[in-house]
Design a protein around this ligand. Structure first.
Ligand SMILES: [Zn+2]
Length: 257
């Protein structure tokens, strides 16, 4: 499980969803020097039967399209030359917009999402954008027809706005079931990403990711980007990870990716 799922990077929003900017800077530098960070499309071709990437590889995703990504994530991705995918809630980009009404821990100031200008600027800088549904509903609570309609609408609007194919979906809160997976396929997605709390059956419409949250230290990020994630909690595996880091950082002149 080496596809990472971030949400926001924000100093003042004290939510598990908001990694602190200085922590993200450190995590990104470590990923750049110690992991092979693949674009998500590229990563899809490298997943094994259990839905995980080869040892040492990772991919970066951000759910919800929070506005803070423009200030705190774009410059870091550019500096470290890291590929990343942001999953957008399509309705937030309509003229009527949509307030961020889906977070459990609202901040002391309104939490906002990226506007279209920011999205297009980030896309020009190399950031990949895909779908996080139309309105961030819990898809498992919709009928299959409602779910398919929600997901198709999101994909079509994003294709129009971004001027490119949108084929990947991250389920809101990672929640899915059989009818949601079927709806995703019928709505034109080729793959969909979850956020499992325990082992799930791997499937192109249930690709596992690991969440990175506020307060996760550097060691946690190392462990979460190591495989096999579920068995890595022993000191032996952790020390193996640290040795691997030292070995990689001694290698001079690693080419940029
Ligand atoms: Zn979300």
């Amino acid at each position: 499980m080496t596809i990472l799922c971030y949400h926001s990077v924000h100093a003042r929003w004290k939510s598990p969803l908001a990694v602190e900017p200085h922590a993200f800077v450190r995590q990104a530098a470590w990923l750049r020097s110690s992991r092979r960070v693949l674009g998500l499309e590229q990563a899809l071709h490298r997943l094994d039967a259990s839905g995980r990437l080869p040892r040492g590889a990772a991919a970066l995703t951000f759910d919800d399209g929070f506005a803070a990504l423009h200030e705190h994530v774009l410059p870091v991705l550019t500096r470290e030359r890291l590929p990343a995918t942001v999953f957008l809630v399509a309705q937030t980009l309509t003229p009527a917009g949509q307030a961020v009404d889906w977070v459990d821990t609202p901040g002391s100031e309104p939490i906002t999402t990226l506007n279209l200008e920011q999205v297009l600027e980030m896309q020009d800088a190399g950031v990949d954008f895909q779908s996080h549904s139309w309105a961030h509903h819990d898809l498992t609570r919709l009928s299959q027809a409602e779910c398919e309609n929600d997901l198709r609408r999101s994909r079509e609007l994003l294709c129009d706005l971004l001027g490119r194919r949108v084929t990947l979906l991250a389920y809101p809160r990672g929640r899915h079931d059989r009818h949601v997976r079927t709806a995703a396929a019928r709505a034109g997605y080729t793959h969909a990403f979850a956020l499992p709390e325990g082992p799930e059956l791997p499937d192109p419409y249930a690709i596992p990711r690991v969440g990175i949250y506020r307060g996760n230290g550097q060691l946690t990020v190392r462990v979460k980007t190591s495989r096999p994630y579920l068995r890595v909690r022993t000191s032996r595996h952790v020390s193996t990870g640290v040795k691997a880091v030292k070995r990689v950082t001694r290698t001079p002149g690693r080419p940029g990716r």
